[in-house]
Design a protein around this ligand. Structure first.
Ligand SMILES: Cc1ncc(COP(=O)(O)O)c(C=O)c1O
Length: 478
């Protein structure tokens, strides 16, 4: 089934919990953490730990609300889910059914989206160093390619000509973000102000090179159809005004391109990085708390900025494309871990609770200081008795999943859950210490299905090979 607006989608049935963490994750009367109609204690018993658990209904809910927030404020909106935030095929099927397109990064994300049956016309391909195979897959399937290097124009043109096909192209641009010179946030793209981060990262084409590409595409390359310019600010900021400044500059580029080349971008793609917060905190350094602006606040700021700037510059409002990742997928997932050794050092008030999930499975924690609220899943209604519990994984690294948390006392076989791990958890998981990556289960109402199979030992050790000369050195004639 492809992503079309005619696709019928299920009505969502909203559970009632004693305490809600999201619409579909909460603490039930039995004091356990539940995802939709399934008790996490039972899920851990049935499917094992560590375990990623996704709520299908939360995904549908988030997609619907995000899209509605922008559609209520702008006439032509296409939401492209950032597949990198959760690449699961089952996730992509749900996103397709909800009529939402996708942003793919790299040949394998593109392949996954295509084999999930996504309408290629609703996809965009990003990437700073695209392979020949990737360009061919995109052109062959009619996927819009966001160019990110001068020679990519010629490479796409050669591919399209060889295949006898038209290719839709966009240009990923490098805004200067002068209005954000003094704005600071998370180090999403390195250190410095939002403007400095934007200048330092590898993505995007400066204005003069964008002009050159547009002119060349228009003059000599009839197979290429220019569709959009795009910019991704990233989750350095959770302030709608910062996004509005970015959008204003992007619209400014549309007018400058019109004046210099005669081409006015029919679409602008304003990327991802849209924050989502919760009272218990989430995000980089735990910055995304109760005050974090909502989807609607971001939509009002971005759409208002486009309309306003277009009026000023005498431009027809372009089609708006937007690539949310974490704003959609973070809250759809939790990660369950089984408690093992509990260790105390009373002299220093320290408690370490060892669990079987690790920062291998949630790499954003050490990489981007990501904060995930931790819940005692089998006794979620119990009051905290320990004010400084550090939850640690089994890796030969610090492997701190959460520092100094207020939690109940734990003992071996208890169960913990890290919230909001639906984005960039599974998709960035690693095998350090020859660990196996977890399974993923998708819950919908009372149903729970494995959507990613747990790795076994053979998956991990089976990739290693020993050259014959080393075998000889170790064993031959020994
Ligand atoms: C081009 C592009 N679009 C969208 C996203 C999604 O970002 P987020 O998950 O912060 O919304 C990313 C993330 O890296 C990206 O690089």
């Amino acid at each position: 089934m492809t992503a079309t607006s005619e696709t019928t989608t299920p009505e969502l049935s909203y559970p009632q919990f004693d305490k809600h963490f999201t619409e579909f994750v909460g603490v039930a009367a039995d004091g356990h953490l539940w995802v939709e109609g399934r008790d996490c204690v039972e899920l851990a018993q049935t499917f094992g730990t560590p375990l990623y658990v996704l709520s299908e209904s939360q995904l549908r809910h988030n997609l619907r609300r995000f899209r509605a927030a922008f559609e209520a404020r702008y006439p032509a909106v296409e939401v492209l889910f950032a597949n990198k935030s959760n690449n699961g095929l089952a996730v992509r099927h749900v996103v397709n059914q909800e009529g939402v397109g996708g942003d793919c990064f790299g040949v394998n994300e593109l392949y996954l989206a295509l084999i999930a049956g996504t309408d290629p016309g609703t996809l965009v391909l990003n990437g700073s160093n695209k392979s020949d195979e990737e360009l061919e897959m995109a052109v062959q399937n009619g996927v819009c390619i966001n160019l990110d290097a001068l020679d990519e124009l010629d490479r796409v043109n050669a591919t399209a000509t060889r295949l006898g096909r038209d290719a839709e192209i966009g240009i990923r641009v490098k805004l200067e973000l002068k209005a954000l010179e003094e704005r600071f946030g998370a180090a999403a793209h390195g250190e410095g102000s939002l403007a400095e981060q934007g200048r330092n990262h590898k993505w995007g084409m400066p204005f003069d090179q964008t002009v050159e590409m547009v002119k060349r595409a228009g003059q000599d390359m009839p197979n290429l159809k220019l569709k959009e310019i795009s910019y991704h600010l990233g989750r350095a900021s959770n302030v709608p005004d910062d996004f509005a400044h970015m959008v204003r500059e992007l619209i400014g580029w549309c007018a400058r391109l019109r004046d210099e080349t005669g081409w006015t971008p029919p679409h602008v793609d304003i990327g991802g990085g849209w924050a989502w917060g919760r009272p218990e905190k989430t995000g980089p350094g735990g910055e995304d708390g109760a005050e974090t602006p909502s989807y609607e606040d971001f939509a009002a700021a971005a759409c208002g900025a486009i309309v306003d700037e277009c009026k000023k510059l005498d431009l027809a409002p372009p089609g708006l494309r937007i690539e949310p990742g974490r704003a959609i997928s973070a809250s759809i997932g939790i990660t369950l871990g089984r408690v093992g050794a509990v260790k105390e050092w009373p002299d220093y008030g320290k408690t370490w609770v060892n669990v079987d999930c690790s920062t291998n499975h949630l790499i954003r924690i050490p990489m981007a200081h990501w904060y995930h609220h931790i819940v005692a899943a089998n006794k979620a209604a119990e009051p905290a008795t320990k004010a400084a519990t550090t939850v640690v994984g089994p890796l030969c690294a610090l492997d701190h999943l959460g520092d100094d948390r207020s939690l109940p006392a734990f003992e071996r076989r208890d169960l913990i859950a890290l919230l909001d791990t639906g984005s960039y958890g599974e998709s960035t998981a690693a095998n350090y210490n020859a660990q196996q990556r977890p399974a993923t289960v998708m819950v919908s109402g009372d149903a729970a299905d494995v959507t990613t199979v747990r790795e076994n030992r053979a998956n991990v050790v089976g990739r290693y090979q020993v050259p014959p000369r080393l075998l000889a050195g170790s064993f031959a004639g020994g």
